[in-house]
Design a protein around this ligand. Structure first.
Ligand SMILES: NC(=O)c1ccc[n+]([C@@H]2O[C@H](COP(=O)([O-])OP(=O)(O)OC[C@H]3O[C@@H](n4cnc5c(N)ncnc54)[C@H](O)[C@@H]3O)[C@@H](O)[C@H]2O)c1
Length: 263
């Protein structure tokens, strides 16, 4: 066994949805570093300012709207027509609903709740479902993104009325992503497609003002390691699941949360 080659992604075509985002952009860099051809798929990919900012990192930009099955289908079709295969999908993108007053459970409208569920769980379904016809030709690896708040509830006391408060639909949808991952793993195993989930803990984006207003410290104190995560710290789990190093892993979840959910 040549263990040095276990993580080698040479010849693999990887798509990162949300590839211009805080965690997604590091997924792109890590997969590239290990030899993959990497497609950045994002709703912002068609916007010049985003495309320019990350152009150096990826091999191709394809616009995708994870809210729309046809858009997801078109994205995969474009990639397949260009490269003739899709080996890995890292489904990092998310959208939410229920901010401001609606982030409080008692004020959330039914339609808002469902939109947020769609932004996490519905979009994960689309990103897995639409790649099946392509990936079943070669086998592959799909990595979904859960959240620590799909495992435990946010402690609402630390959020107060701040914009950082996660609405009720976010964690509910992310919990669903973890379960959907298990289902998809079972359903797609006969095609040689593995499906696993990564579960990030607190990774506040340093560019976000609210994250810098002392809130980080509150988050940091809730992890065992006493700090929040930095975006490159998700890459190890993603590389493991994308590569042959995880060839016997499917239906599993890898938690990267500094211990947040372990106590
Ligand atoms: N950052 C954290 O602390 C944290 C914690 C737990 C889980 N997560 C999960 O990790 C993933 C990445 O989070 P992040 O912090 O990088 O977020 P981010 O907001 O930086 O990135 C999200 C990306 O999704 C894209 N996007 C939004 N709506 C879209 C749509 N309709 N179609 C296509 N793309 C769309 C955005 O353009 C952006 O690039 C998400 O699934 C998130 O729920 C993040």
């Amino acid at each position: 066994m040549d263990y040095k080659k276990l993580f080698d992604l040479t010849g693999k075509v990887c798509i990162v949805t949300g590839g211009t985002g805080y965690l997604g952009s590091e997924n792109v860099k890590a997969l590239k570093d290990f030899g993959a051809t990497v497609v950045i798929a994002d709703i912002r990919a068609s916007e010049e300012r985003w495309a320019n900012a990350v152009q150096a990192e990826g091999d191709m930009f394809v616009p995708i709207d994870i809210a729309d099955a046809e858009s997801v289908r078109n994205c995969y079709k474009t990639v397949f027509e260009k490269y003739g295969r899709i080996d890995v999908v890292v489904d990092t993108a998310v959208f939410g609903a229920g901010f401001g007053i609606e982030s409080q459970l008692e004020h959330m409208e039914d339609t808002t709740f469902m939109k947020g569920i769609d932004g996490s769980l519905g979009s994960a379904f689309r990103c897995v479902h639409e790649v099946i016809p392509y990936m079943k030709k070669t086998g592959g690896s799909i990595i979904t993104y859960g959240s620590m708040y799909g495992v435990v509830s946010p402690d609402l006391r630390i959020y107060g009325d701040s914009d950082q408060r996660q609405p009720a639909n976010y964690g509910a949808g992310k919990a669903g992503v973890q379960q959907f991952t298990r289902y998809a793993a079972g359903a797609l195993a006969p095609y040689g497609i593995r499906v696993n989930c990564v579960i990030p803990g607190p990774f506040p984006n340093p560019k976000s003002k609210a994250d810098n207003d002392g809130f980080n410290e509150i988050l940091a104190n809730k992890t065992m390691l006493g700090r929040t995560g930095v975006n490159h710290e998700m890459a190890g789990a993603v590389l493991l699941l994308a590569s042959d190093a995880s060839s016997f892993m499917t239906g599993s979840s890898i938690t990267v949360d500094g211990g947040w959910t372990a106590w």
